[in-house]
Design a binder for this molecule. Structure first.
Ligand code: DQA
Length: 139
């Protein structure tokens, strides 16, 4: 099984960025924990601060069985990313580190959720782990 994790803008700063909200771990540190935990799954990671690059990556995802996507701030603005998810066959699970519903009103709207297979919000970095688990069919 091949799963791709995609992170959007500013998530390259995890570990340094607003640690009270997003924690102290860099994504690279957390990704190696996930790779060890899921050594029988081929996990890949992509991050971009650029909306069009995120759309290109989604469009070129046919090799993957599933995508775990944290579109970060683009979640709340990007019709283009929502449309890209609708345009591809690979299922996309939307994840967020923070509970966006306990934050500012503008974070309550998602252009990703209506196109996503499911949504996981507010479990810290563990949201990515739960996103991966959603693709592991046990029955
Ligand atoms: C985020 C929530 C977004 O509102 C914010 O813009 C982010 C991160 C999260 O993972 O909690 O950059 O997607």
């Amino acid at each position: 099984m091949k799963i791709l994790i995609i992170n959007g803008p500013n998530l390259n700063l995890l570990g340094k960025r607003e640690p009270d909200t997003y924690g102290n771990k860099t994504f690279e540190e957390y990704f190696s924990i996930l790779q060890f935990k899921y050594r029988n799954i081929e996990l890949s990671y992509y991050q971009s601060n650029i909306e069009g690059e995120l759309i290109d990556k989604l469009q070129n995802s046919e090799d993957f069985d599933g995508i775990v996507l944290n579109a970060a701030a683009y979640t709340h603005t990007s019709v283009g990313i929502g449309d890209a998810i609708r345009a591809i066959e690979t299922p996309v699970v939307e994840v967020h580190i923070s509970n966006t519903f306990s934050r500012e009103e503008f974070r309550h709207k998602s252009y990703i959720s209506p196109a996503a297979a499911g949504v996981i919000i507010g479990f810290g970095m563990q949201s990515y782990d739960l996103g991966i688990q959603s693709f592991i069919k046990e029955h």
